[in-house]
Design a protein. Structure first.
Length: 588
């Protein structure tokens, strides 16, 4: 149970006072009891002297009873006990009904040493008594043995006096305790209120409320403490205001940076990460601060850059390639690490600039230039060669000149198709290709493309089937461009399916899309190349594609056109078992 300061102060002083009174009461009662006991034994000792001056005649029972009655007039209980423990006479009880007293401690001491004393409970009188026993030796001519004369005083009077004393003392103590408790509670309440005010003020300061505390006029230490707290709160307010402005400026600057920024302490722990850094390296910013860097970043190249700065204190620049969890492949970063010195120690600031797209574009540009050069080189070489042949005299060769001119024409047409596809692809990627969106009947679109493909399929002895499932709705798009996409996929299916194979076209509804699937029993596509077939100039069977007059841009154009319609294109394939291309278009 938690007590407030008021109750602690209000209770502790009365409790201490009550404890002192209890100690005084205990000590006084014990002292008074000892005095009463000492006085009682002094009285019994005086009676013992009287016994020694006028001893009883133990051998004469009548005289013994008379002597006992005479001694009992002093207020003491008188008992005469034989050496064997028999009670010969007693001033309070009939000796015939009393038990043997040979085992009483005062009797044993008297027989052994001449005198015995005891303070104990009397089984006969049922109360506490003071006992003084003395050994009595009979006259030499007497035939009786030694006897014990025991004198006893009751403690009842002592207990009554002590109880009366204690009642008076506790009554006075209770009155004093009430007065002291009232004064203590009043002082405690006043002091507690002042301390509580200081506590509430400290809580307000901790919560950011720096309004000053009204200063009291008592002029004691608590007044000085309140004045000091006001000064401290004012300084804190000014300092926190300055730090908050600085932090907000820094956070805004770091948060708006497109580069990833990390601040590392001298012992290798993370002090700060901005959102870009967390996003680039796929780490959780909420659980990073204060943790060792090696627990958050497992990239050895990046750790090596930071360790060089922490060890040598020199700025380091370089490029690192990092495998980011959840990202396809690795990403390239330009890393700059600089030392931060504070309090004699050196930390580090790491800045990551993502250059993955720049490197990718460079690779794409190199590949594009190489592919275009390669694609143009073959027809241009053929055109140049046959043109030179004709100029060298083949014009007069009536047998071959027509064939040479036809070859030049075919390669020129291939160059024209390649140029047209490149222009079309550049327009699509630049978002400048104009599409005429209108409702398109999917069934009619498929039938139109299938009719065009049947002649080519019949030449290769391929079977072509079309199935449009119930519920196929219209799509909104450019019918001419969609037909171009589907026709390109059908042409590829015819081209890469051996004679006697099958090609099927199916259409059906899937959630919010219409799915058009073209399946064949052709040569198939290896799994590791399925994601690359939509790249420009990429061919699974390059030689066969060129023989058929393909440019290597058809699937890339198809993918961009489908995405321009808000859809997607997917492929499933297995080598030697055929391929299935699926076109997903949003249903109207």
């Amino acid at each position: 149970m938690r007590l407030s300061l008021f109750w602690k102060l209000g209770i502790i002083y009365p409790a201490l006072f009550a404890l002192v009174l209890f100690a005084v009461d205990t000590y006084a009662v014990e002292a008074l009891r000892r005095d009463y006991v000492r006085s009682g034994f002094e009285h019994l000792t005086a009676l013992k002297s009287l016994v020694e001056g006028q001893p009883p005649d133990v051998a004469n029972p009548a005289a013994l009873r008379e002597w006992t009655a005479w001694m009992a007039r002093s207020g003491a209980r008188v008992t005469v006990i034989a050496f064997d423990g028999r009670v010969l006479t007693d001033s309070s009880e009939d000796p015939a009904r009393m038990e043997n007293h040979g085992g009483r401690p005062e009797v044993q001491d008297a027989l052994a040493r001449g005198e015995g004393r005891a303070i104990r409970y009397s089984n006969t009188l049922k109360r506490d008594l003071l006992y003084l026993a003395t050994r009595h030796l009979p006259a030499p001519e007497s035939s009786t043995g030694p006897a014990v004369i025991r004198l006893a005083l009751p403690l009842a009077q002592i207990d009554e006096d002590l109880a009366h004393f204690r009642r008076r003392m506790w009554t006075a103590s209770f009155v004093i305790l009430l007065l002291a408790g009232s004064v203590s509670l009043f002082i405690s309440r006043t002091l507690a209120k002042r301390i509580v005010r200081l506590k509430h003020f400290s809580e307000r300061v901790a919560q950011g409320d720096f309004r000053p505390l009204p200063v009291e006029q008592q002029g004691d230490e608590l007044t000085d403490l309140g004045r000091t707290l006001n000064e401290t709160a004012a300084q804190l307010d000014q300092t926190i205001h300055s730090l908050t402005e600085e932090r907000n400026r820094s956070s805004a600057i770091l948060g708006s940076m497109v580069e990833g920024v990390a601040v590392i302490s001298p012992d290798g722990r993370i002090v700060f990460l901005n959102q870009t850094f967390c996003r680039d390296l796929a780490v959780d910013a909420d659980n990073c601060e204060g943790r060792p860097l090696v627990e958050v970043i497992r990239q050895s190249d990046l750790l090596a850059v930071i360790q060089r700065v922490l060890a040598g204190g020199e700025s380091t620049r370089g490029e690192v390639s990092l495998a980011v969890p959840g990202a396809a492949g690795s990403r390239d970063f330009a890393a700059t690490a600089a030392p931060v010195r504070a309090d004699g120690t050196t930390g580090a600031v790491l800045v990551l600039h993502d250059i993955s797209e720049l490197r990718r574009l460079e690779r794409v540009r190199r590949d594009f230039v190489a592919n275009v050069s390669h694609e143009f080189k073959t027809p241009l070489t053929a055109i140049q060669g046959f043109a030179e042949t004709l100029l060298a005299g083949a014009l007069d060769d009536t047998t071959n000149r027509r064939r040479f001119v036809e070859i030049i024409r075919d390669h020129s047409a291939r160059l024209a198709r390649l140029t047209d596809d490149l222009l079309k692809l550049s327009l699509i990627e630049a978002g400048k290709l104009e599409l005429e969106f209108r409702p398109v009947n999917v069934t009619e679109l498929i039938e139109s493309c299938a009719e065009t493909t049947r002649f080519k399929a019949a030449q290769k002895q391929l079977s072509l089937s079309v199935e449009c499932l119930a519920g196929v709705s219209q799509v909104r798009g450019d019918a001419r461009r969609l037909a171009e996409v589907l026709q390109n996929i059908l042409d590829n299916a015819v081209q890469y399916t051996p004679a006697g194979g099958r090609i099927s076209i199916t259409a059906g509804a899937e959630e919010r899309f219409v799915r058009i699937a073209v399946a064949d029993t052709g040569i198939g596509i290896p799994r590791d190349e399925q994601q690359r077939i939509f790249e420009r100039f990429y061919r699974v069977d390059a030689a066969r594609s060129r023989e058929a007059g393909g440019t290597g841009l058809g699937l890339s154009i198809a993918k961009h056109l489908v995405e321009a319609h808000g859809g997607r294109i997917e492929v499933e394939s297995e080598v030697s078992h055929g391929s299935t291309f699926s076109i997903f278009l949003p249903a109207t």
